[in-house]
Write a protein that binds this ligand. Structure first.
Ligand SMILES: Cc1cc2nc3c(=O)[nH]c(=O)nc-3n(C[C@H](O)[C@H](O)[C@H](O)COP(=O)(O)OP(=O)(O)OC[C@H]3O[C@@H](n4cnc5c(N)ncnc54)[C@H](O)[C@@H]3O)c2cc1C
Length: 281
């Protein structure tokens, strides 16, 4: 983004004030790491969200993460780092570099709606968002993207992660060419078992297809109601590979992405199963 057209830099102290400052000529700024890389024609005003009281991370039954918490804040939070065998921290360590993570905010990341390792995992973990667009409401992250709200002016004030008991495990995998690069494809799974060891609920998300991450319902549903055995894991991975909107781009072909998806979903489910088994020993 060229800063030459910017004539005003504002730092509101409340969400109401911040939202009220947004129009066709202004843009909300979290860490600014994405804004700086893309042209925003006609924008003259930067509305810095850094003074809002949204840089927090609370661990209650689940997690409440303020919209301006940085990726480093999340990575360094002991409760979140331990959540679900450390799957969030494992994923965040592969997002850019430490310098990027010190600046990038979770709200800015989710609102930009492209190239993401974070979105597939948060979809798999059934994350919620609290938005402010004059009034406050909470909805699932999946519904936020389904409704195209990342293209609106709604401000993300909080991200919620539900609690997970010992019968729940998750895993994330990123395929990339080199460190600090965007993924060729990434995938995330979460599985919850019932008292008999059958899959009660499964969530499978695949991203960088190269579209933004999305849940793959068919792959998840095929796991539910039965044991998490090799055959059902293989079948789920096949379904995911067939269902994703794989496309060619400069990073990978659609065909290669489908092959990665098959391997990635399979490995992630095996990893989640290993985590569940590890807890029983
Ligand atoms: C070198 C580099 C490497 C990267 N590598 C990876 C990687 O490996 N994996 C990966 O997943 N990502 C990667 N990224 C993307 C990076 O994670 C994002 O740039 C970053 O998270 C965006 O957050 P931000 O706070 O800087 O957003 P900003 O640039 O501040 O904002 C982005 C968008 O969100 C809007 N916005 C900001 N805050 C809010 C809010 N609270 N509510 C609503 N809208 C808001 C802004 O108006 C803007 O439209 C990389 C980026 C760079 C520059």
């Amino acid at each position: 983004m060229s800063l030459t057209g910017i004539t005003a830099y504002l730092q509101p102290g409340t969400l109401e004030e911040a939202y009220g400052l947004l129009d066709d000529r202004s843009i909300a700024v979290g860490g600014g790491t994405d804004i700086i890389r893309h042209p925003h024609i006609g924008v003259t005003t930067l509305v810095d969200l850094g003074a809002l009281p949204l840089r927090y991370l609370r661990h209650e039954s689940g997690f409440a993460i303020g919209g301006t918490a940085t990726l480093s804040d999340m990575l360094e939070h002991p409760g979140l780092a331990a959540h679900l065998d450390g799957v969030v921290a494992e994923m965040l360590r592969g997002v850019g570099s430490p310098l990027l993570r010190n600046a990038a905010t979770i709200g800015g990341h989710l609102a930009r709606g492209r190239y993401s390792d974070i979105v597939p995992l948060l979809l798999a973990l059934d994350a919620t968002l609290t938005l402010f667009d004059g009034t406050e409401r909470t909805l699932s992250l999946a519904d936020y993207y389904r409704a195209g709200l990342h293209r609106s002016r709604a401000l993300i004030s909080e991200i919620g992660l539900p609690p997970a008991g010992p019968d729940t495990a998750a895993a994330f995998l990123k395929f990339t060419r080199v460190a600090f690069d965007y993924a060729l494809l990434n995938c995330a799974v979460q599985v919850r078992l019932d008292g008999r060891g059958m899959v009660e609920e499964a969530r499978v998300a695949v991203g960088e297809t190269p579209a933004l991450g999305a849940l793959v319902e068919a792959a998840a549903q095929s796991l539910e109601g039965g044991p998490l055995d090799d055959g059902r894991i293989d079948a789920s991975a096949e379904l995911a590979a067939a269902a994703i909107p794989a496309q060619d781009d400069q990073r990978a072909s659609a065909e290669y992405r489908r092959a990665l998806c098959r391997v990635g979903v399979r490995r992630a489910l095996f990893r989640a199963r290993g985590r569940l088994e590890g807890r029983r020993q």
